[in-house]
Design a protein around this ligand. Structure first.
Ligand code: GCB
Length: 609
């Protein structure tokens, strides 16, 4: 009996590995031939993971991923997706089911779908990819009972080739999602935001040809534009055509033996993208099919909108398109206004961007992990510069090579997803990390990785300031060598005495631009009182006035990002009647009320235009 089940297990795992494979996420997924698998998914919580492990913690071949149903009256099956409630995907589970508000553990999700969904789908040559925009934190994906793989990291997309696992008729897609916090994860066990669990971004079935454009890049070069493209396999001699109608560009190039091609367009001078002129160009990239496919198919066309700009530093200045710019920023979490849940729609992204613009901002720090791609695209359309970040936050397990691999993968995936988005000017590799050799090794590896993946943007990280004496703060961090912009967080007036700001002096001994990546304090919207009474709007407004005066004196100040745009949920914020699970450092409340600090900031930013 034992032997038989071992054999079953071996066969089972062999089948799993034979049939599906994780593949790189194709660039610009929304422009592909996609079928949405969003909508209502059945779900249930499984705090002991009994749908995956037996009572001796052995893996179960008959786990919940089989989506089994009793066939005979005697059958014992102690779960049922069909009879479980549904929740909306994309979305977090915490705000959709009050029982799951603070839940951290495993939830099983299932949806069924018909395949093919149209008469042409699935005919002839082609592959099918299953795409997840983000699943927090660990996802195990099963299609028709077969395990496709496991993905770790809550904010970046991933994809499986499911061509051989799809079946015609009804398919069952099951995802085991686990958002338990662990010391060795990225982020680690403690962080100041809500640990929203679930299938938080889109789930899509993507139809591609056998050979398809996996990635492409268009950017401003020293002269004109530089275009490069790579296929999903090393196929030579395939013709790729780039069209930019407004610039009268139509050029065809051929792939080399690695399935790559590139082209400098030296005579093309696009208008430059900037917050004042967020000019985007429609582009089309087509891949001519190989001979076999040519006969019965149209060339596949990929459409995108691309902006062109440069970003660099000169001494202590940041230059956008060659001109110094002051980054009038603000920090924000990937959480919707009013409903206060994981952001999932364009309208929700637009609200946050509109609020930031009303406060006079031209720059958003997307804290502390990669945000929804919708926000990045909307920011690009609306002329909002961006800082993107990975969740290397506070005290990561610096000595664990797997933790480094995890962080590196999140960084690479973020860069891969957004490298064509001109709004993004800074990749941030960390936030408020404790100084030390192991940390320096870890972070310098990430900085070098970001630099090698993308030399067209600036690298930064939010550093911590260790005060040298009571009223002199000197920034000292070995990581200064590895970043292009020196950024630091500081909470003078909040985590230290409220009256300190006017006395404080700052020293930044590096010949690099400086961004104050956080400062601020809490206030409950509508609570009024004296300027020295904590939690009042008056207290927060005073803190803003004094901090802004203080920061203005920092030599090389090239931008500020107060913490933060909107009150956001955090399980660390417990004070009843004031916090109630919200970090109250927003200049706007969770219900959209502007606090007095909003006007203080807006006024200061007026003077920085
Ligand atoms: C910080 C963190 C940020 C917190 C903030 C606070 O330094 O970077 O994630 O939410 O302070 O409110 O204390």
């Amino acid at each position: 009996m034992k032997r038989l089940s071992l054999l079953t297990l071996i066969l089972h795992s062999l089948l799993f590995t034979l049939h599906a494979q994780e593949v790189p996420v194709p660039q610009n997924i929304f422009a592909r031939d996609i079928v949405s698998l969003n909508g209502d998914w059945h779900y249930f919580a499984d705090p002991q993971e009994q749908g995956y492990y037996g009572y001796h913690m052995e893996k179960l071949p008959w786990g919940y991923f089989n989506d089994a149903k009793p066939q005979r009256p005697t059958d014992l099956i102690e779960y049922s997706f069909d009879n479980s409630p549904t929740m909306c995907v994309p979305g977090d589970w915490n705000t959709q089911d009050s029982m799951l508000y603070l839940y951290e553990g495993t939830v099983w999700y299932r949806r069924t779908f018909e395949f093919p969904q149209s008469s042409t789908m699935g005919e002839g040559e082609g592959r099918f990819l299953l795409y997840f925009g983000a699943v927090n934190y660990e996802a195990m994906v099963f299609l028709n009972g077969k395990e496709l793989g496991k993905h770790v990291g809550g904010f970046t997309p991933f994809c499986y080739d499911v061509t051989d696992v799809l079946r015609s008729g009804q398919n069952s897609l099951v995802v085991k999602v686990d958002n338990k916090r662990h010391r060795d994860n990225v982020p680690t066990r403690v962080f100041d935001w809500w640990n929203y669990g679930g299938l938080t971004r889109d789930v899509l079935l993507v139809c591609v040809r056998n050979t398809y454009i996996e990635d492409y890049s268009l950017r401003l070069a020293e002269k004109g534009i530089y275009f490069s493209v790579s296929l999903n396999k090393p196929e030579a001699g395939l013709r790729v055509t780039l069209t930019i109608p407004e610039l009268k560009v139509k050029k065809t190039i051929e792939t080399d033996a690695q399935g790559k091609a590139s082209l400098p367009l030296t005579k093309t001078t696009p208008q430059l993208w900037s917050p004042d002129n967020p000019k985007l160009y429609d582009i089309v990239i087509t891949l001519e099919e190989d001979q076999e496919q040519k006969a019965n198919s149209q060339p596949s066309a990929l459409k995108d909108q691309i902006g062109f700009r440069t970003i660099e530093t000169r001494g202590r200045e940041i230059l956008l398109n060659g001109k110094p710019i002051f980054l009038r920023g603000i920090c924000v979490h990937d959480e919707s206004a009013y409903t206060n849940r994981r952001l999932t729609t364009k309208a929700e992204a637009d609200t946050l961007i509109a609020w930031a613009k009303a406060a006079g901002c031209n720059f958003l720090r997307l804290a502390h992990y990669p945000h929804n791609e919708i926000t990045i695209r909307e920011a690009e359309r609306q002329g909002m510069l961006l800082w993107e970040e990975i969740p290397v936050y506070w005290s990561i397990a610096w000595d664990n090579p797997q933790t480094l691999d995890n962080a590196r993968r999140q960084l690479t995936d973020m860069i891969h997803r957004d490298h064509n988005r001109c709004a993004t000017i800074i990749w941030s590799i960390a936030n408020e990390t404790p100084h030390g050799e192991a940390r320096d090794r870890f972070l310098s590896t990430l900085a070098r990785e970001a630099q090698s993946q993308d030399s067209t943007r600036l690298i930064s990280m939010a550093m911590e300031v260790l005060s040298a004496s009571n009223y002199i703060n000197r920034l000292q961090d070995n990581m200064h060598e590895y970043v292009d912009v020196v950024s630091f967080n500081q909470y003078v007036g909040w985590y230290r005495d409220v009256s300190d700001a006017p006395k404080m002096k700052w020293e930044v001994p590096y010949e690099k631009p400086v961004i104050v990546s956080e400062f601020g304090g809490g206030a409950l919207a509508g609570k009024h009182g004296a300027e020295n009474e904590r939690w009042t709007e008056e207290f927060q407004a005073r803190l803003y006035r004094e901090n802004l005066d203080m920061l203005d004196k920092i030599p090389g100040l090239a931008g500020t990002c107060p913490w933060c745009l909107k009150d956001f949920r955090s399980p660390r914020r417990l004070l009843p009647g004031i916090q109630d699970h919200f970090n109250r450092k927003g200049i706007i409340s969770d219900q959209g009320q502007r606090k007095q600090s909003f006007d203080v900031l807006r006024h200061w930013y007026e003077g920085k235009k």
